[in-house]
Design a protein. Sequence first.
Lengths: 182, 181
Amino acid sequence: MSQELLAQLALDLPKGLVRTAVQAPDPVLSTRCVEVDPCDPATVSLAADLLATMAAAPGCVGLAANQIGVGQRVFSLDVSAHSKTRTHHGRFVLVNPVIEQASRNEKAREGCLSVPDFTGDVKRATRLTVSGRVPGTGAAVIITTDAFEARAIQHEVDHLEGLLFLDRAAGAHAIHARQNYL
Amino acid sequence: MHLKSNSVPSVNSYAVTVVGHDRPGIVAGVTGALATHGGNIEDSSMTLLRGYFAWTLLVSLDADLATVETTLAPLAEPNLKIAVIELAPEVTGTQAATHWLSVHGSDRPGIVSAVTAVVAGAGGNITDLTTRLAGTLYVVLADVFLPPGVDVAVLEQQLAAVSAQLGVEVTLRVADNDDVL
């Protein structure tokens, strides 16, 4: 991963607001989000709010805009402190993400801020390439990653498609009660 | 292994259900009582549903129904019911799921019946089912066997129509067979 990419992803945003997280079965979570102008000041503000809300939720490593009620194709991510992470790109926000390549599926258990009572076993690619835009500069970036960051990005892009991990649960025994640590 | 020299080796099959308030020791107690008659536990499935213990087990053992009932009766409590059903010898075998169905949305009566009626109408069979309610969120996960010849695209359209009526999300996916390494 290049230093140039990391520099492009690094954000110098105004401090965002901690927004209220939306929980299933809210329909905004089941609705496809719309593309948005990465350079629009409203998008920059949304990016800052996603980062602030993500940071305020214990254990939250990623947040899609519709999880705070905004149906736009923007998500934030920071898996840098997670034990299952191998490659990571720090704390970043991606606008209009598109999964370009995905391979090497593995099943693992994941949770979601919007589905606080359950976790689910979901098969996801462990090698991933995603493209998108950086909020503010509008820079086009391509991120290639693996392991937990790859899983987290797919989980967030699913949100933007209106999909929850519940939609991908691998069979009748694939959801589990979650230990509520929040 | 030896064969009994006279009479029929009358190993009978039973389904035992144990449902009620959970406490430590239910499984140990039931299996211990069955073991005194040489009971062999075959398939079983136990879980906790909102703190209620729920267990169905298939047992083969060389005893008649009354004996099995008498054996298990002391384990029953006012809030823990045990029932024994004698099973006919013929079995239909296990169907492997071809698809996974997931449903989630706001809780309301009739979600499971409406969705599974569509599956049954197509000739599909539910082979495993879990439903969960947390707050207002209702989740249904079902393993489904669709016989050859079912038009999956038509079934998906019917499921989409029902899900729109119910205001829930329904997804039907081809079941992954576990990778064989």
